[in-house]
Design a protein around this ligand. Structure first.
Ligand code: SAM
Length: 235
């Protein structure tokens, strides 16, 4: 079934059942799976009764591993590339390997799967015809403030990955910049405690400073110049 030397495969972002039949078929068939954390991917594969040689490909060894994977793929081995969650290359390793394969003329394909950005956007109910994804919100104060200001003035919904340890401070900063900005924190998507916290910046800031919410989070910010939530962009 696999005709490509390398397949980039989307995997669940929490609920293990969120994996396509095609993804499982490819994972069954490849010679080797490149993954961020071999224990984590080992558990996912074991859940589906799949046993494969695993090699790690993470931000610290990505550069050297890319060349080795490309060479082995050119010699005839078939690879699947996964990360700990969601789509490879989205705030995760993958991009460098794609470039390496392009440069060496090695064929590859991408098997689409869950992605926290898109899941959060759809579930938030915020305008979704156009959006900006900024990856992880910068940690440095100045850069972070500029990213928040840009999001508040944008003409679309802006989306960031954010740490549970910083979210309360980020919401407080947002409330200081624009108290009535529309905000959503999408938490623990596809998992038991999945929650969409929706409201104005000042409301969510009060909630998140009173209660220490845990888990994985996506922050969505409505832009001043984005269409209002009841409007469509048709016409
Ligand atoms: N490649 C992944 C994707 O396609 O979404 C993203 C990986 S990035 C290293 C991890 C970040 O994604 C987390 O810190 C969190 O912000 C977000 N994330 C991943 N899974 C999530 C979930 N189930 N619920 C909420 N956010 C999630």
């Amino acid at each position: 079934m696999i005709s490509y030397p390398v397949s980039f495969v989307g995997v669940p972002i929490g609920n293990r059942e969120d994996i396509t039949r095609r993804a499982l078929a490819v994972l069954e068939e490849v010679d080797c799976v490149c993954c961020e954390d071999t224990r984590n991917t080992g558990r996912l594969l074991a859940y589906y009764g799949i046993s494969k040689p695993l090699i790690s490909l993470h931000e610290h060894n990505e550069r050297e591993r890319c060349a080795a994977v490309a060479q082995r793929a050119m010699a005839g081995e078939k690879f699947a590339v996964v990360t700990d969650a969601g789509m490879p290359g989205v705030s995760d390793p993958g991009y460098r390997l794609v470039r390496e394969l392009q440069e060496r003329g090695v064929e590859y394909t991408v098997l689409p799967g869950p992605c926290a950005v898109v899941t959060a956007l759809v579930g938030s109910g915020m305008p979704s015809d156009a959006f900006f994804f900024g990856g992880f919100l910068p940690v440095k104060t100045g850069k972070r403030r500029r990213a928040l200001e840009k999001a508040l003035n944008a003409n679309c919904t802006s989306i960031f990955y954010e740490s549970p340890f910083r979210i309360a401070a980020t919401l407080a900063e947002l409330a200081e910049l624009r108290a009535d900005a529309r905000v959503c924190v999408a938490r623990e998507l596809t998992k038991m405690h999945e929650t969409y916290h929706r409201g104005t910046a000042i409301e969510l800031s009060a909630d998140f400073s009173a209660k220490k919410y845990k888990g994985e989070m996506v922050l969505l910010i409505g832009g001043e110049n984005a269409p209002r939530e009841h409007e469509t962009t048709e016409s």
